[in-house]
Design a protein around this ligand. Structure first.
Ligand SMILES: [Fe+2]
Length: 213
């Protein structure tokens, strides 16, 4: 589903086999094992408030995809192909060779939140966020109609915010240029997502530094 968001648009999809991957499954144990790795101990995302375990920038220490068998299982393959579909659906050229360049996991605890940010590093053309665990009273992802980063969401009036409430199994694809933050996580259960960045290998270098949408 394509949803207009200010001067951009996001693509939202739903994985329909979450019962094979949710609580109590062998996959859930792999996810817990991944987040319990001491490699992430004390590592805090620059944009986050409260307790969030993040492996951002540390995939070389322990690969998210390898840890969760994402190169071989149905969920991993679905995420890969659906992000490619998302890039197509929001208007990028599907003919270009495409690759997912970075991936990491975020696990938020009660009262955690995320400051406003983009993903505009050179080479990032599309962002995909897969929501794995989303208990009731989870934090929304909130897109803002502004270019100011590294501020709290409360910096903006409600009229400049567009919120999306994730559900387990939801994948949201958005432009790297679309500023967004994460609301306060109110649940006492964790909120867990996997984040991907994708690149079109032959896209002109000029376009790497300018808004695509
Ligand atoms: Fe983000």
């Amino acid at each position: 589903m394509i949803i207009p968001v200010f001067n951009s648009q996001i693509a939202v999809y739903q994985f329909d086999q979450m019962e094979l991957y949710g609580p109590g499954t062998p996959f859930a144990s792999k996810v817990d094992d991944y987040f319990n790795d001491e490699a992430w101990a004390g590592h805090k995302s620059a944009e986050s408030e409260g307790k969030t375990i993040t492996s951002v920038g540390r995939d070389r220490l322990r690969s998210l995809k390898k840890s969760l068998d994402f190169d071989t299982n149905t969920l991993g393959k679905w995420i890969d192909s659906t992000i490619m579909q998302g890039a197509y659906d929001i208007g990028l050229n599907p003919q270009e060779p495409f690759t997912l360049t970075r991936s990491w996991g975020n696990r938020m605890y009660q009262q955690a939140s995320g400051r406003c940010h983009t993903h505009t590093r050179p080479g990032c053309h599309i962002v995909g966020v897969f929501y794995y665990e989303v208990p009731a009273q989870s934090a929304d992802i909130v897109f803002v109609n502004n270019r100011t980063e590294n501020v709290e969401l409360s910096h903006y009036p409600e009229s400049e915010r567009f919120r999306v409430s994730p559900k387990p199994g939801m994948l949201i694809c958005h432009s790297p240029w679309l500023v967004h933050g994460i609301d306060v996580h109110l649940s006492d259960q964790v909120r867990t997502c996997f984040i991907y960045e994708g690149t079109f290998l032959n896209m002109a270098i000029r376009t790497l530094r300018e808004p695509q949408f």
